[in-house]
Design a protein around this ligand. Structure first.
Ligand code: SF4
Length: 514
């Protein structure tokens, strides 16, 4: 049946009224309306920022603590997502701005599903952050809204009978913080398979019998969350199946690919300090101020007098970002390579062009930007003989441990780092490495970029004197960031998606291994 434009509009608005009638969503129905590419991109990048904040807060604060809630509340407010969910309950109808926030929440969730369904790693990360966001939001609802939410989404769980409650009364009181002798009779208890309430089982906050958990009504969030997790997990698997169709859309493909590696901060492409770092300083800077990924590349280059193309690109762009001029870069790479198996002539023929290209002096003359952590972590995975990648993500745990020991990180520091790595918090592990190697209690930044690591390190060591940048001018908009391509090639500063594949291919071809 063909809808006329008016009927379609009416249909969409009643669909929205139904979905946005409650501050919390289960994301059961995808959005139906048309949106601009600009909105698509802004919504996606903002949600990504929110999920990144959730990840960081989850490690720095106790989930659900006042500080955690306050910071998450502020971030939701700043990014224009729903916050203070109980506030609108007193109004008969939601206002326009609240409607917009819920719409943004709905659409952005579905866009990120497309971007994050592609690999197991991405799916796991996305589910974890979405579940934490949902938990926070559900707990912010008042009791009436919780019930309404469950009713709207057909969440009906089995309650135990009055007789069973009476028989188990003492055990129920003893096993749960949420129950006292006075309230036990007044509230419902849900009986669910224990694996549906692992959070409560893990924290010993629930009565267990014969494989079932008896959950008091106050702790209902545990079951709802489990339901939410299962639904998103299934939805991501289903979404992954439709990817070939989505990828055939040449407007969306680079955008979605980039979103899964997305970096939403400064791009470090414009230098105010070009040439302020001398080649002689690099050895000592690599020890004091390089993140582990670049320290390892520098060390490998010194030992082997060669790096394969993945390493050359990651390290070369990083050095460009910290201020190495083109002339210095040529001198740097040449002096190392000719100590190995490459003679000066071969270097000039095979490598000079590639380095000049990286600096925008050849080919399309693009301003290539250093790789962000997400890009290092998620793209162009290192294989044997490679030294690029993120050691926190790509190194074997034992190897990482040995490396940290050789860099004089204390045993307790190493344990803290390995715990974060186990939880797949690679950037936080790197941040911990920063704190330990700079002897500071807490890094007051959220690490997203190897060049940011360098700048923050210099700030601690020399007060940021020679490395200051004018953040205002070099800060790229998220829009630019999100349309960059996702190949293993460097990221040009700002280009339309259709140019991008061509450009990165172009540069890639100059980095073939010798
Ligand atoms: Fe490098 Fe980022 Fe990994 Fe640290 S977290 S080692 S800066 S990629």
């Amino acid at each position: 049946m063909e809808f006329s434009s008016n009927r379609r509009k009416k249909f969409i608005s009643s669909h929205q009224a139904e979905i946005y009638g409650h501050p919390l969503q289960f994301y059961g129905q995808p959005p139906l309306e048309n949106i601009s590419l600009m909105e698509f991109e802004t919504f996606a990048v903002d949600r990504l920022k929110l999920l990144k904040t959730i990840e960081n807060l989850g490690v720095s604060y106790l989930k659900g603590s006042d500080d955690y809630k306050k910071k998450l509340n502020n971030e939701s407010k700043n990014l224009n997502f729903p916050y203070r969910l109980e506030a609108d309950d007193r109004k008969p109808q939601i206002g326009l701005s609240e409607h917009e926030k819920r719409r943004k929440d709905h659409i952005s969730h579905f866009i990120l599903r497309l971007a994050y369904c592609q690999t197991e790693d991405l799916r796991r990360w996305f589910i974890q952050q979405e579940v934490d966001l949902f938990r926070y939001r559900f707990n912010e609802l008042i009791a009436k809204q919780k019930l309404e939410f469950m009713h709207r989404n057909n969440l009906q769980y089995d309650t135990i009978s009055v007789a069973e409650k009476k028989t188990l009364q003492e055990k129920l009181i003893n096993s749960s913080y949420a129950v006292s002798g006075i309230t036990v009779e007044e509230q419902d208890f849900y009986k669910v398979p224990f694996q549906d309430a692992l959070d409560l089982v893990r924290s010993r906050r629930v009565y267990l019998k014969a494989g079932y958990a008896y959950i008091p009504h106050q702790d209902i969030v545990a079951i709802v969350l489990n339901d939410f997790r299962t639904r998103i997990s299934k939805a991501l698997a289903l979404t992954a199946r439709s990817l070939p169709a989505v990828h055939s859309d040449e407007r969306l493909q680079p955008l979605l690919n980039h979103l899964s590696h997305a970096y939403v901060g400064q791009d470090y492409s414009i230098q105010k300090n070009v040439g302020k770092i001398s080649l002689e300083q690099i050895d000592s800077l690599s020890v004091k101020s390089f993140p582990l990924c670049k320290r390892q590349l520098h060390q490998a280059l010194k030992e082997n007098h060669h790096l394969r193309h993945g390493g050359r690109m990651q390290y070369g762009l990083f050095l460009k970002g910290i201020g190495l001029s083109l002339e210095q870069a040529l001198q740097f790479w040449r002096s190392e390579f000719i100590r190995g198996k490459v003679d000066a002539d071969k270097f000039d023929k095979q490598y000079t062009y590639g380095i000049r290209h990286m600096y925008g002096k050849e080919g399309k003359r693009a301003d290539y930007t250093p790789y962000s952590c997400m890009k290092v972590i998620l793209s162009n995975l290192p294989s044997q003989g490679d030294h690029h990648g993120c050691p926190f993500r790509h190194s074997d745990q034992e190897l990482l441990k040995q490396k940290l020991q050789s860099y004089k990180v204390s045993p307790s520091g190493i344990n803290q780092i390995l715990e974060l790595v186990k939880g797949m918090h690679y950037q936080l592990a790197c941040q911990k490495y920063f704190e330990l190697t700079h002897n500071i209690e807490e890094a007051n930044f959220s690490l997203n970029h190897p060049n940011q690591y360098f700048i923050e390190s210099q700030r601690v060591i020399v007060g940021g004197k020679d490395i200051k940048r004018e953040v205002g001018t070099s800060q790229r908009s998220q829009e630019n960031s999100a349309i960059k391509g996702s190949t293993g090639a460097p990221e040009p500063a700002a280009k339309a998606p259709q140019d991008l594949a061509e450009m990165t291919e172009d540069l890639d071809s100059f980095f073939q291994d010798a």
